[in-house]
Write a protein that binds this ligand. Sequence first.
Ligand code: GDP
Length: 438
Amino acid sequence: ASDADGHLQNVGCRTLSLSAHVGFDSLPDQLIRKSIKHGFCFNILCIGETGIGKSALVSSLFNTDFEDSPSTHFLSSVRLRAQTFELQESNILLKLTVVKTVGFGDQVNKADTYQPIVDYVDAQFEAYLEEELKVIRSLFSYHDTRIHVCLYFISPTGRSLKTIDLLTMRSLDSKVNIIPVIGKADSISKAELQEFKKKIMSELVSNGIRIYQFPTDDETVSEINTITNGYLPFAVVGSMEKVKIGDKMVRARQYPWGIVKVENENHCDTIKLRRMLCTNMEDLKEKTRAYYESYRRCRLEKLGCRDLGPENKPVRIKQRAAELLTFLNFSLQEVIETKRLEFCLEVERKEEEIKQRFVQRVKEKAAMLEEAEQQASMPVCLEFVLTKFEHLTLMHQEEELKLGEEKKRLEDEIAQFVEKKAITESIQSQVSVSTPGV
Ligand code: GDP
């Protein structure tokens, strides 16, 4: 059956008319829905001396008091401490990773201060590359830890950049988006601050250090971004404290002479920095992807991988597969070697532990034996001496008896001898009397 316009109609079927327009202009909405569901991820690296105000600024930027323990000035080398927080604003989820330097600028020899930071940034690229080259990969759910922005804290000296600042920024400017900020900017006067900002910018230019420039090619943000680029480096103030002003609690620093409000644009640039980070987050990520691309290219080229022209397509595919296998093999070998070393170290550690425990046990046993011997030796000695004494006494008594008997026998013998002698003498005298001529 057909209707008046000639359209086919199924008899008994319901006819539904469209409630709204359907077309590919709805594609962005799908992306938005998916992004909202998945959430966003943003990674910040804060570089600056201990106590320059990194923690206070990050808490102020995201208006959240992030738990963190203060670090000491006595570390022998620079370390990086990463913390991930899940934040929510309306129905938007943000997985924020804050990486802070610990012990930066605290060593006497500052020559290699920047190296651990460069290594950290590279390690995040390497981790992503490994995930990307896996046979079974899950980049959608992978926690991407590549650094999207680096807030470099400059001390509010009012003079110039330090050598450590120039060296660190130069070693990082081809790997990460650097936004220089003047920390604790409330400790410098307004006029000095303007001069200091100019000085910093001219030093960065003369040293060939590239810092992040907010994009001006998109007309929706070009005006605000051009103005904001003029505020670089941002003079920031952070605070963990909230002060009651009127009937509102605001983040501020309270001094005997007045209050510095973190979110007041006449007092500092913290709010400008927050606004710019939020409005240009996607651009920061895009630039990070470009830095990653150059890291990836260098890494693969070092491993001997290269692209061939389209004429060699079959060869190219084969070669790419071989290159990837080499890479995977290489990284697998690295992993196996690292695991093997870790295992050997663990075995050595365990062996040493067992040895130590054994020596300790032997020492304990020896001590116990010694103690027991000492306790037992006293009565044993006495007993021994007593037994010996009794034995000697008995022997002595026996000897005495024997000697007594011997003495008696000898005395008897002497007596018999004396008697016999007397008899013999009397006989002799009788004989000589009776025979006078003999
Ligand atoms: P971190 O070691 O760089 O993370 O420094 P913290 O954020 O822990 O701050 C160290 C000290 O500096 C704390 O006593 C803060 O209250 C103070 N502080 C932080 N930010 C500012 C600031 O903008 N101005 C001033 N004057 N002090 C600050």
